[in-house]
Ligand binder design. Sequence first.
Ligand SMILES: [Zn+2]
Length: 1037
Amino acid sequence: MSQQGYVAAPPYSQAQAGMGGYSAGFGNPPPQSHYGAYGSPPQGYSAPPTGVLKPPASSSSGMPPPPVSSQYGANIQQNGAHHHSFPPPVASAPSMSPYGQPPQSAFYSMAQAPPPTQQLTNQMSAMNIGGYGKLDGQRPMQVPQSPSSSAAPQQYHTSPPPAMGHPPLSPPGQQLSSFGSPPPMATMGSVAAPPMGMSGPPGPGVHQPPLGPQGYPQQPGSPISGPYGAQMAGPQMAGPQSGAFQGGFPGGPAQMAGPPQKKLDPDSIPSTTQVIEDDQAKRGGQVYVTNIRGQVPPLVTTDFTVQDQGNASPRFMRCTTYSFPSTADLAKQCKVPLAAIIKPFATVPKNETPLYIVNHGETGPIRCNRCKAYMCPYMQFMDGGRRYQCGFCSCVNEVPVQYFQHLDHMGRRMDLYERPELSLGSYEFIATLDYCKNNKPPNPPAYIFMIDVSYNNIKSGLVKLICEELKTLLDRLPKEEGAETSPIKVGFVTYNKILHFYNVKSALAQPQMMVVSDVAEMFVPLLDGFLVNFQESRAVVNNLLDQIPDMFADTNESETVFAPVIQAGVEALKAAECSGKLFIFHSSIPTAEAPGKLKNRDDRKLVGTEKEKTLFQPLRGVYEQLTKDCVAQGCCVDLFLFPNQYVDIATVGDVPSHTGGSIYKYSNFQVEVNGQQFVSDLRRDVEKSIGFDAIMRVRTGTGFRATDFFGAVYMNNTTDVEMAAVDCDKAVTVEFKHDDTLSEESGAVMQCALLYTTIGGQRRLRIHNLSLNCSSQLSELYKSCETDALINFFAKSAYRAMLNQPLKTVREILVNQTAHMLACYRKHCASPSAASQLILPDAMKVFPVYMNSLLKTPTLVGSTELSTDDRAFHRLLVNAMGVEETQVLLYPRLIPLHTMDVSSDAIPAPVRCSEERLSESGIFLLENGLSMFLWLGQACPPDLIQNLFNVPSLGHLSSEGMSLPVLDNAHSRKIHSIISSISQQRATSMKLLIVKQKDRSEMLFRQHLVEDKGLHGGASYMDFLCYVHREIRQLLT
Ligand SMILES: [Zn+2]
């Protein structure tokens, strides 16, 4: 791909990672205040402009109050000329502070008080985990501290770490005394993990194994305490390592035997639902203005409106923390990953402004000569406007003559508010031919539908369903704004062991089939007439879609090929010189003689062994080459799977998961059971907003850089993130590392630039800018953490690490890092308190419940009862997820419906995800973005059952295949409205599964109660918290 002009010059500032001791700007001119343009006095951005501060009249005159939508209104599509449409983003947030404000600003001082902490006291005598102080600072408020608690901290009893893949020892809510028994060795099996902190060499100065990019030791079996040893482990680490914890249960005999303890109150440990409710109450319904550097956005679960005033909306970018540590040493010390989760095509709600499009003309977008960063609010103009200093590399550039503009007395360009690229966090540039393949403008993309017509798919009625659906769906292909028809061309292929191509040229009376049986050397037998405009060829296409189910009605062919199907799609796009997407509807493991032929390698005996990872490693060779071909052509692969048995998802999902594609799975597909779910997914997938042939680069300010990328992407080198396509649901998680000291004054700036082709065939650059704070105080970092973003990062990095390391090692690292992050907070940020108190940073107080849930996901838990394909599928899904998706996946919503107010529009408030919250007389809805359940308690009121199911009692409902009828009463209407409003928020359609309490299918539901012990192993939240607390205490001693 020749995309000259886009690929940046060699990175500036090549200081090595870890050399945090160097002064700021090492190797570069000392960084200036890049935010000076906005004026350090608060009136820069926030105060209503007066006198000479006023931006040009044309824009100031159009300065309406929020909401945002009214400001920008209908002037969206114009290219570059925003002179009358671009009001100053000023008046709406008079109280907000400007950029670059010194730490003593309002924003800071408000937050200057010690961060509220959650304190959890484990009392030795009473063993009540006390309420965590919600309001106070460091005081152990509400904690009835018994005199003995600090006197006998060594008696602290901790649970074994069932998170490590062990079966639960006791059901939730039982007495802690059960922890006193030694673990049943029989249950350890080969999964048994050496306990955290045990397998490493003892003591200080432990050898640190070479770290992978995520901090995972490179060598399998490396001592897991290694990464932390030098930082936190004191000589005490040697204690528990002396073989006391056999079978993988840390705790040691001394700790495990103790007096009986009283029941813990589950209400006393930090609650995710409470955190979500509190944030909604505090920030819900408000306008979030992005004019403050390092500002922590509302939670993903909160409803808010974004007004872009110089930083990208959190819908596009979220970070694990909004205050980076200033040195590599600090970063290493706290072990909090520094990462951004970028969803470059995120859907913007209707009441927010779509991205402006900027055209810098024939010369293309203005960029820094040195680091190639694009013009953005972080560039500081000087010399009367003749030059500007890059906010990323500090290079001073000449302003091109055609871009010159005078500066006002504040040093800001007079046209600041007329140019999106000077005042907004996100916008698009029209790209010039330099950014196009072969310097030619791209053709509009094509969608190719490739249908497996083997026996199973015909018999299940799937082929007929697809063909019927396509007849209406093809009218709903994505269009350019305001266009009547879609420029996307369509093509059709059917296949089993051989491929059938169809000529659907509009001039034909009948479609023509061309068969390719030599699947070893795939070629496309026709060029003209294969990819057509649906509007023009409607009659022929519909004729074809009518015929396909009949043509194969009598097929006996059950063998399929797979790789040649993708190859055929790529070749077709190559021939048409366009990018595009393949929709492959496939049902079985491809065993027919052909490249990419697969065999069943689902060996569950490997679960829990060193070789378990091989189950998730895709077979290379043909598929690796296919991925490269697809990415080079801008060919995204979407895979709809309908398996009745193992299909090797790790391998067949490999190309989709590297081309920005999606994977859907409908096991044991039956039209009447999953048909609607599949059709909804297909519709949404075909219609969704998408960019093709994309390449993304994340540039950063001096002192740190992007080092690793996670997502449905392909990396050919260390910096360019390639995506054959990127749609509104795909997120890329980017990890950052220091290579120098960061300046607290200039903060940490980043710019994500995504070059892509629109559905209309226009080449564009989408730019997202974000500025974070930097601090030498770790308390700032902890205060600015975002738990939901952190867990997204941990999920993706763990799911990648498991390809190269035993799962138990991955799980141990996760637990270790959790303890380490929290111990560092305790050591450096919390005020002194008894060691028996668990003190959590406010912004991370529910991090442990998410982490424990991650450890219990089917992918990581390692149970022979779980299907390998399900685990591989889950792994690939999470890899492409954004923060919203991982949040609800790891902490599902459990909504009580029996108490709902049928007259209200609101969705009832969710309760904690635990069995304890269920009641026999209740009805609950549970959803996690992938599955949805309706749970019916054994004693739920008959009148409610009557209203919802139109039967007199629960006993009248059969346990199999229950569905929820639409009935004409308030309860039924309300529940359907809740379900539909939840469904609209999710990227995939969820099939509603109805389960009765104590039915067999209830297990499917219960595995989502993430605060309880896992059905396939894994600790309860309470046990995990106690375990982590113990680990923290070890790290601190
Ligand atoms: Zn630069």
